[in-house]
Design a protein around this ligand. Structure first.
Ligand code: F3S
Length: 400
């Protein structure tokens, strides 16, 4: 890989230990993937923030980088393992909280913007079309590549931190024009109208277009929230973190439609729901906001809960970025949700919080959450609309 004189100097320690270590990671990655050079990035988003995932080894690594490491570009964080200020209300232990705050403190020392969210594009970390960036969280990477047309690979936590400190990333994979073309034409014949429909569709396409880039027709009415949900699902279940939708996403225009074809029928969508859902009646936990809620979604939740009560024994989380919560406070949504017994879960989510063993069943609008709730937290799941999930929160039952 061709390095500039400045890159070489950084590698040799001219900008300090953290920068040298970061440059080593980036050059090693570049060599592995055959990159010709490093390219500047406009922003970074770092996943692997929860102490639950990092452990003490991860915390030590960050603390060492923070001794002399400083980020060069706008850098935000993925959700942490808890609400950073109101962690007690979510049932987090003081020991866990202490470690999690140390993790966030290390990022803060490096100059990272510690808004912990998987939807940074809703709160000001919004790259331009064609801009090179280095983001990690899979749903955010997929959304930003596809819906906005910015360019990023799905970075691991360490490579994203390295990119933030150096301000560059190796030019390979989805940074290059030739790797952004569609591989398979997905013709959607099923009726895809609701948020969970988009999640179930993502499940089907991800499973049937493993490591491919879909070019999708038949989805012209997709809203931002639907695309947010679809982005989370399609990559979780196996597609590449980039898709094109005819008439919706920017790079679809003028793109050659691939020969390989995948048709999604109504039966395929119905079967996907059947696979994603477990047969359960009682619901102990309702988790909304995967990916983190937009202000429109919080408004929909508040409208449903106005004057209602979450059933005793059921826990309801509304996961969102702190700036979105601030807006929800101002609009009166937070008061309505909290008066009903719901909990605003800022900075975190049900996947990265230490929840294993606390709940046996979960209702969610997110097909991605179904995957992790089952696989990571041993919960039985139900996938449905906001109405379905909120109804379960007040009755304690699915479909009652
Ligand atoms: Fe975001 Fe957590 Fe879902 S990081 S996409 S809310 S699993």
């Amino acid at each position: 890989m061709d390095l500039t004189k400045e890159d070489e100097n950084i590698l040799n320690g001219s900008a300090g230990n953290a920068a040298a270590k970061s440059m080593k990671i980036l050059t090693a990655l570049g060599e592995i993937y055959g990159a010709e050079k490093l390219i500047p990035v406009g922003s970074v988003q770092i996943a692997g923030v929860s102490y639950h995932n990092l452990g003490d080894a991860g915390l030590e690594y960050l603390a060492e980088l923070a001794l002399d490491g400083k980020v060069k570009v706008k850098t935000t964080l993925n959700p942490a393992g808890m609400d950073l200020t109101d962690w007690r209300k979510l049932g987090i232990s003081p020991d866990f909280a202490e470690k999690q705050l140390k993790v966030v403190d290390a990022f803060s020392k490096m100059g990272v913007d510690t808004t912990c969210t998987c939807t940074p594009y809703l709160i000001g970390n919004l790259p331009k079309f064609g801009e090179h960036i280095a983001w990690s969280e899979s749903s955010a990477v997929t959304y930003i590549n596809s819906v906005v047309g910015a360019r990023t690979n799905r970075e691991g936590g360490p490579s994203a931190i390295a990119a933030a400190i150096v301000g560059k990333t190796p030019a390979y994979g989805l940074h290059l024009d030739e790797n952004r073309l569609a591989d398979v034409h997905v013709k959607v014949e099923a009726k895809v109208k609701t948020l969970p429909d988009y999640g179930a569709l993502g499940y089907f396409i991800g499973n049937n277009a493993q490591l491919k880039i879909p070019y999708i027709t038949g989805l012209k009415k997709s809203s931002l929230d639907m695309l947010k949900s679809f982005s989370a699902s399609v990559v979780t279940y196996g597609a590449k973190p980039l898709y094109h939708i005819e008439g919706v996403t920017p790079e679809a225009k003028g793109m050659e439609v691939p020969q390989e074809k995948l048709v999604v029928t109504q039966k395929d969508l119905d079967d996907s729901y059947n696979v994603l859902n477990d047969e359960i009646g009682g619901i102990e936990f309702v988790s909304l906001g995967c990916p983190h809620c937009s202000i429109g979604e919080v408004g929909e939740i508040a409208e449903f809960l106005d004057g209602k009560k979450v059933k005793d024994g059921v826990e309801l989380w509304v996961a969102l970025a702190r700036p979105v919560k601030k807006l929800a406070d101002e609009k009166g949504y937070t008061k309505i949700i909290e008066d009903a017994g719901g909990k605003m879960a800022c900075d975190t989510c049900m996947v990265v919080a230490p929840l294993k063993g606390r709940f046996k069943t979960i209702a969610t609008t997110s097909a991605k959450a179904c995957f992790y709730a089952r696989g990571k937290n041993d919960m039985k799941v139900r996938l449905g609309s906001f109405q379905d999930c909120l109804n379960a929160s007040v009755t304690g039952r699915w479909g009652a």
